[in-house]
Design a protein around this ligand. Structure first.
Ligand SMILES: [Zn+2]
Ligand SMILES: [Zn+2]
Length: 404
């Protein structure tokens, strides 16, 4: 029988650091947090933690299978081997990260981490489960060498938490630590689009690999953050999938398998930038946005806070919650994150999404409380929905965006 999952406490802890960073930045007179960007960043972080609840055991299973069937050495967890494992993990990370910038397919999943034009602890949470899947391919070397899966998972926790702290502008250079650790200063360079900073400082914990393989750059001018071709969208779905869609368009334009593979495994620097416009016209109808009202911001913020609280309890009782309510809650949370992005973008189809979420809640309630009163209420709501659809929609959009 499993107990509660203490790793869930990382969620309030990271939020505490974000709060402290916000206050320190204000004291330093720096404007490091923009509302829409922070919300978009944290939404991606929530999605990653949420999908982790469903995938971590799968990744663990991969390591266990490889260790059981292909381990070259029998490794016992001694102090030196823990250090060796940490170095090996960091070395593999360097190459995973570097190839994430040098190969289109891998950039398609890593780009999400770089979309924020703010650089603060909220940007650190921009990780996706797709990245975790690609990383698993690289880290699969570790169980084959012979490192036990329990050791690997422990090191990955440390290795996963460390980079959170390098995403800040409130900390300057850190003296002798700059020689061997990846510091906030080093990582600011990695997120910057200044020409001299491009494709530099891929390290996660140790900067030694960058120095060894010629990708090190010191922070010697004010960094400008984001993408060289900014996304200009906070849509949750668009941020996740835009570059993969662009790759798909590029592949379709090529003839022959070899040419198609050259696109998939080609360099992002050589990628046809015009495909972004094509994908945007297809999937992202541009429209004039009004200034966000206080109410609209309040609604988005409440949804995000609610999502984080729900995620915390779902993580804490991960091993106690049965599969069905876990999946239902997960789906509701995922739709809420799409909803948040949709509202930030002032999309009108958010109204339909609200009804899907409402239906999910109704299904959940009915499964656990199939009472006549609930059925009658559901019937009344469905009746109102069908007969007053237009009025409801107008009222909702008017209230949220100040326009229909
Ligand atoms: Zn990167
Ligand atoms: Zn980063």
């Amino acid at each position: 029988m499993y107990g509660i999952n203490y790793i869930a406490f990382a969620i309030p802890l990271f939020l505490l650091f974000i709060g402290v960073e916000y206050l320190v930045a204000r004291r330093q007179g720096k404007h490091l947090f923009q509302f829409d960007r922070s919300i978009a960043n944290l939404s991606i972080g929530v999605a990653e933690r949420l999908t982790d609840l469903f995938t971590t055991s799968l990744f663990y299973g991969v390591y266990a299978y490889l260790h059981d069937h292909f381990a070259l050495f029998e490794i016992k967890p001694t102090a030196w081997l823990w250090i060796l494992l940490l170095l090996a993990t960091d070395f593999l990370w360097y190459w995973y990260h570097r190839l994430g910038h040098e190969i289109n397919l891998f950039w398609g999943v890593h780009v999400v981490h770089h979309q924020s034009e703010d650089f603060n602890y909220t940007a650190a949470t921009r990780i996706t489960v797709f990245q975790a899947a690609v990383r698993t391919i690289f880290w699969a070397v570790l169980p084959v060498i012979g490192f036990p899966p329990g050791m690997i998972i422990t090191i990955l926790l440390v290795h996963g938490a460390y980079p959170f702290f390098t995403h800040t502008q409130t900390i300057g250079k850190l003296g002798f630590l700059e020689y061997f650790l990846v510091t906030p200063s080093h990582h600011r360079v990695h997120h910057a689009i200044n020409p001299r900073y491009l494709d530099k400082n891929y390290g996660d914990m140790f900067i030694i690999w960058d120095k060894l393989f010629g990708t090190f750059q010191e922070e010697d001018e004010q960094p400008v953050f984001g993408l060289t071709k900014p996304l200009n969208s906070h849509s949750f779905l668009w941020q996740h999938f835009h570059f993969l869609i662009e790759i798909w368009y590029a592949v379709q334009r090529q003839h022959g398998l070899i040419n198609k593979l050259k696109v998939v495994f080609g360099k992002p620097a050589d990628f046809d930038e015009s495909l972004r416009g094509l994908a945007e016209r297809q999937f992202l109808s541009k429209h004039k946005q009004r200034a966000s009202t206080q109410r609209f911001r309040g609604y988005v913020l409440i949804q995000l806070i609610f999502s984080i609280v729900l995620l915390f309890f779902l993580s804490l009782f991960e091993h106690q919650v049965a599969a069905f309510p876990k999946a239902l809650t997960g789906l509701f949370l995922a739709l809420t994150l799409v909803n948040i992005g949709c509202i930030l973008e002032q999309r009108r189809w958010v109204f339909y999404l609200e009804w899907v979420r409402f239906s999910l809640v109704a299904i959940g309630l009915y499964v656990y409380w199939p009472h006549t009163a609930l059925i009658i209420t559901g019937g009344v709501v469905a009746f109102i929905y069908v007969f007053y659809f237009r009025e409801l929609r107008r009222y909702y959009l008017q209230t949220l965006y100040g326009s229909v």
